[in-house]
Ligand binder design. Structure first.
Ligand SMILES: [Zn+2]
Length: 328
């Protein structure tokens, strides 16, 4: 069925079937829809990978320049979920994250702290001031959000598969579990809040991870998920040039598909909306350079000349969204 869909699509795109089969030969696999279980997909965005191209772990560093590099991105004909298939096997994805090191992320720490402070204010306005302020940040990486929440009086924990990142975070006195959420097998009903900031799109099996998040949350506990919106106006305007299309992103949710998956995992959605984030001007310009060098490079020179590199800029293109959901 999948082969047929791909074959049908190739006549209107530049991808050929040989490319897809060579991806499978190099350790990629087809996956079924994680939301409805169907294996009925149509091509949404063509692959930009050259066949057999070796990709090293640096593609998976979260601030990498891997914008625009991705395999075939498909859409489930049954439920509309957009996801990457064929793609690396789950075990291979996990091994890459276990070894990831990303010095550039540390550089951008200040912008992230500003963004996370904004996120935490919103979170506290939703959750009120629960007596049991136990929070778990899934995919915590260097623990920036764990740090922000701890400073605001939360008993905050992170869970993260990168050994390097966990070592860095623990060295700063942060509470971290090493591994994926599923691997660490934390006690049931033990957290009042679970957060996933820009993480769900990287997960090989997000529905399974959401079920696990529901298990570790106490009844009526809050789950906060922040991810990109493939159906946003900006994403639609940008089309195949939308910068979030990259190999490390396995799922491209919309408000509708994420809501459906959360409900399936035992949550009730209370709020969906966009929130801006802060980037320092120098970092923002370097991201523009990665995307459109002819605009980005002169912009970087200008910002450096005006000594504006460290100035925080609030960015909201409407293509990132947050969902607040409650465990039923
Ligand atoms: Zn589906």
């Amino acid at each position: 069925m999948i082969e047929e869909q791909v074959t049908l699509s190739v006549h209107t795109t530049k991808v050929d079937v040989a490319d897809h089969s060579s991806l499978v030969d190099t350790g990629f696999e087809y996956v079924r829809c994680n939301l409805c279980g169907a294996d009925n997909v149509r091509l949404r965005v063509s692959s930009t990978l050259k066949s057999g191209e070796p990709n090293d772990w640096q593609v998976y560093a979260c601030t990498c320049g891997g914008y625009g590099t991705h395999g075939p991105i498909m859409q489930c004909q049954q439920c509309g979920l957009v996801y990457a298939t064929p793609r690396r096997r789950e075990q291979d994805v996990l091994e890459l994250y276990e070894t990831v090191e990303d010095a550039l992320y540390i550089e951008e720490r200040e912008g992230r702290i500003l963004t996370f402070n904004t996120h935490l204010r919103k979170l506290e306005s939703f959750t009120g001031a629960p007596n049991h302020r136990a929070l778990l940040d899934v995919g915590a990486y260097l623990g920036v959000f764990v740090d922000v929440a701890t400073r605001h009086g939360w008993d905050a924990w992170g869970v993260e598969p990168s050994k390097w990142a966990v070592t860095q975070a623990r060295a700063q006195g942060l509470q971290m579990h090493l591994g994926t959420l599923e691997q660490t097998k934390l006690p049931a009903n033990s957290f009042s809040v679970v957060t996933m900031w820009d993480v769900i799109e990287h997960l090989p099996n997000p529905l399974r991870t959401l079920h696990e998040a529901a298990r570790v949350l106490e009844p009526q506990g809050w789950l906060v998920v922040h991810t990109m919106d493939i159906e946003s106006v900006f994403a639609r305007l940008m089309g195949k040039r939308w910068p979030w299309l990259m190999e490390m992103h396995l799922y491209y949710f919309s408000r509708r598909t994420l809501t459906a998956m959360l409900e399936k995992a035992g949550f009730e959605v209370a709020w969906v909306g966009t929130q801006g984030r802060y980037l320092r001007a120098g970092y923002l310009a370097s991201r523009v350079t990665a995307l459109i060098p002819t605009i980005g490079r002169p912009l970087e020179h200008l910002i450096t000349a005006l000594k504006l590199r460290k100035v925080p800029v609030r960015v909201n293109l409407g293509d990132l969204f947050t969902v607040y959901a409650r465990k039923r």
